[in-house]
Write a protein that binds this ligand. Structure first.
Ligand SMILES: NC(=O)c1ccc[n+]([C@@H]2O[C@H](COP(=O)([O-])OP(=O)(O)OC[C@H]3O[C@@H](n4cnc5c(N)ncnc54)[C@H](OP(=O)(O)O)[C@@H]3O)[C@@H](O)[C@H]2O)c1
Length: 326
């Protein structure tokens, strides 16, 4: 049996709780594959898990995304073979490693034109954008969407996806440089929400009407303001909590602010079934291969520097996607 370097943590806490250990990697059982990684993706969910916002049984490995080569397939796996280039976003956490055994259902063959670093950077964030724009609320060309953290990993993909669909995306970001980046990647309008009142600006930009949907991954700090940006019966998509969880609130607020709709989706529900996951990935690959969506890897770290990667993500100094190379 071979071993692999794997990042684990034994108690919730700051970036320092992560440590790199050698662990055995076995053979794949039925429905599983063994993958040798070339790169792993870094995502904000890794921080929620490490810090205890999304508790995991401990000790636990971390990382929800990777790309590499299939070394072995278990019984019953028909869509993959040893030697295939693959990429995935999937639970359970454990992607920060050289090699792992995992369920095959969410592992997708990576087109030859997409390199491993890009594959590792794009799956979780790209599949998220796929479901946000195509499977959450009916959106059509000409609609307006407010998207927070538009220069982040999910954000820059969203800017381009919206542009490709003819949707007017109003993006927010925390610095003027990030706002410029979001605009470069397709945001029609940008708001620096650290120094501007984003509610007032959105009202201005929509002639008082409000936007058709808000895609809010900031949570606590923006939730109420986001509701105030919606048109009547508009859709609030709350899909993350970078600033903290949205506190419990009175449902009556949705009525008072204009019969608003609210959903709290997760990628992992959308990709739970193999067939749907593979078809969403095919759609994402098509968007990237056509050049409509470019994956910007803003930061790259060695596996042993994972703590520094988390520090930078939490300090809001990253842009685009981040990867670990192994
Ligand atoms: N539900 C789902 O299916 C799903 C799937 C994927 C991702 N997500 C969520 O989508 C969001 C984006 O994920 P990502 O991996 O692409 O991260 P990211 O956007 O690259 O990084 C998070 C960004 O959030 C902004 N932010 C605002 N307040 C913050 C705070 N108090 N602390 C840290 N960041 C803050 C920062 O941008 P500014 O400086 O510009 O404000 C920061 O760069 C995360 O909330 C993540 O959990 C949800």
């Amino acid at each position: 049996m071979s071993t692999a370097r794997t990042v684990i943590f034994e108690a919730p806490g700051g970036p320092e709780v992560m440590k790199l250990v050698q662990r055995p990697v076995g053979d794949p059982g039925p429905g599983e594959v063994r993958i040798r990684h070339h790169a792993c993706g870094l995502n904000f969910i890794d921080i929620y898990q490490r810090s205890g916002v999304y508790p995991l049984p401990l000790p636990h490995a971390l990382g929800m995304e990777g790309a590499g080569i299939v070394e072995a397939v278990g019984e019953g796996v028909t869509h993959l073979a040893a030697g295939d280039r693959v990429a995935y976003a999937a639970a359970p956490p454990g992607a920060y490693c050289d090699a792992r055994v995992m369920k095959a259902a969410q592992v997708c063959r990576l087109p030859d034109s997409i390199d491993f670093r890009t594959g590792a950077a794009m799956m979780l964030q790209g599949l998220t954008v796929e479901y946000l724009f195509n499977r959450t609320v009916p959106l059509k060309a000409g609609d307006t969407v407010l998207f927070h953290a538009a220069a982040g990993g999910v954000g820059l993909i969203a800017c381009q996806w919206a542009r490709a669909l003819g949707i007017r995306l109003i993006g927010t970001a925390g610095t003027d440089e990030k706002c410029a980046l979001a605009r470069e990647y397709g945001a029609a309008e940008v708001i620096n929400y650290e120094r501007e009142d984003f509610v007032a600006r959105v009202r201005d930009l929509t002639d008082g009407r409000g936007v058709d949907a808000v895609m809010d991954s900031i949570g606590k700090a923006t939730f109420e303001g986001s509701l105030d940006c919606l048109r009547p019966v508009g859709m609030m998509i709350s899909f993350g909590n970078a600033s903290g969880k949205v506190p419990p609130f009175d449902l009556g607020i949705l009525g008072a602010k204009g019969c608003l709709q609210l959903t709290r989706p997760t990628l992992f529900m959308h990709i739970a079934q193999q067939e749907k996951c593979q078809s969403m990935a095919a759609h994402l690959f098509e968007m990237v291969e056509s050049g409509k969506v470019k994956i910007r890897i803003g930061q790259e770290f060695a596996l042993e520097d994972v703590a520094e990667a988390h520090r930078q993500m939490e300090a809001r100094t990253t842009t685009g996607s981040s990867v670990l190379t192994v």
